[in-house]
Design a binder for this molecule. Structure first.
Ligand code: MLT
Length: 387
């Protein structure tokens, strides 16, 4: 037996496991202390009542012989796939076939698994900083990776690859910087992919946080994108489903990859739970939508508060307008892990070190606005007074 030696090229721990371990180690050595958790992007507000009721009803159906369900289609129930088309794409004048919509257990696993569709000698370009799962998945597969640096000087907008890229990972609104692209900026990427026969994997997990007008909510708003882009969505950050687990991925037939993804899913995925899919359907009801909007506005309000207080305390901070994250430069020229450790040790604040999102993230930390409002206020007081 030979192990997959590519694993030796990974960091020892996945980013969010590492920060969780450091928090646990801090608590073990400081019993009784409370940590203000502004690290992993995990929701804290309860689900809207309409969604809870839909789940209760679905669970009840599984307890009766005449409404019991077994396996569903690997790609999801048609009623949910049709709702995705009707609510998320048709209003933007985007036509999709129902078999281009694949219901998933959330964006994270699809974003990792999609790389299986591509040969290992493909050159991968990944915006930097960004969600670390794309990089890890491609390191595991042994694909060559080049980074597309994003920093304050370029407004956190990546430049087109200098070296031809076959597979491109874009995430907008960006996790962690909160940057969004205009249609003109996104069109450059679609045009590049069409000219170079590349595929874009577009992570739209934070689409619901877009507040700025005229920002594309889906890459398919750009002409020709269906030939070159796969788009990944999650109900986790929009509807608060981090524990429920549901999302969807669009694989247009024009990419030439739809049949492969279906084949892959039928072999390796047994479908998303019925209860989770019913919950997802309820996100499209007027009551579900209103409850979700209230939660999104709350998180965005927290993000604004964090950013404003950081600015008042003299920090350089970005994001928070179209995303639930603030991207904050470390003081004193510290690297991100030094700032992370100071925040944990001196202020009992857990954030995410920017270097974990890619080399260009060093010197920054990400502060999550999913935290409780009162914890954020306390955290910002400590940052102002102690650092
Ligand atoms: C994050 O904190 O960046 C992510 O939300 C964690 C995840 O989705 O896996």
């Amino acid at each position: 037996m030979n192990k997959n030696n590519n694993y030796q090229n990974l960091q020892e721990n996945y980013l969010f496991k590492e920060i969780g371990d450091r928090a646990a180690a801090y608590l073990a050595s400081h019993p009784g202390q409370k940590i203000l958790r502004m690290g992993v992007g995990d929701v804290t507000r309860p689900l809207p009542e309409a969604i809870v009721q839909a789940m209760q009803q679905a669970a009840g159906e599984l307890g009766h012989a005449d409404t019991f369900k077994g396996y569903c289609l690997e790609e999801g129930y048609e009623w949910l796939r049709q709702a995705v088309i009707d609510h998320d794409y048709k209003p933007r004048n985007i036509d999709l076939d129902i078999d281009e919509v694949f219901i998933s257990e959330g964006a994270g696993s699809d974003l990792g698994n999609l790389s299986e569709l591509f040969a290992t000698d493909n050159q991968v370009a990944i915006m930097d900083p960004t969600y670390p799962a794309y990089t890890d998945a491609n390191i595991m597969a042994g694909r060559p990776i080049s980074y597309l640096p994003c920093h304050p000087q370029n407004g956190f907008v990546p430049e087109l690859p200098k070296k031809k890229a076959d597979l491109i990972y874009l995430c907008f609104p960006n996790n962690p910087t909160g940057t969004v692209l205009t249609k003109a900026q996104l069109k450059l990427w679609v045009d590049y992919a069409r000219e170079n026969h590349s595929i874009i994997i577009f992570d739209a997990a934070y689409e619901a946080y877009i507040t700025q007008p005229d920002i594309p909510h889906t890459i398919y708003e750009i002409e020709g994108a269906k030939e070159v882009a796969i788009e990944v969505h999650s109900y986790s950050k929009s509807a608060g489903f981090t524990s429920v687990r549901c999302g969807y991925t669009i694989v247009p037939k024009a990419t030439g990859l739809q049949a492969m993804w279906l084949r892959r899913q039928c072999t390796k995925y047994n479908g998303t739970s019925y209860v989770a899919q019913r919950a997802a359907l309820a996100t499209y009801t007027p009551e579900g939508r209103a409850g979700i909007r209230a939660n999104l506005d709350f998180y965005l309000g927290t993000a604004q508060l964090i950013k404003q207080r950081l600015h008042e305390a003299g920090y350089e901070a970005y994001g928070g307008e179209n995303a639930p994250y603030i991207w904050c430069r470390a003081p004193h020229g510290w690297d991100s892990w030094t700032f992370f450790d100071h925040l944990l040790q001196e202020c009992q604040i857990l954030c995410t070190p920017g270097a974990g999102f890619g080399p260009s993230g060093d010197g920054f930390v990400r502060i999550s606005a999913f935290s409780k409002r009162e914890d954020c206020i306390t955290a910002l007081e400590r940052i102002k007074n102690k650092l």
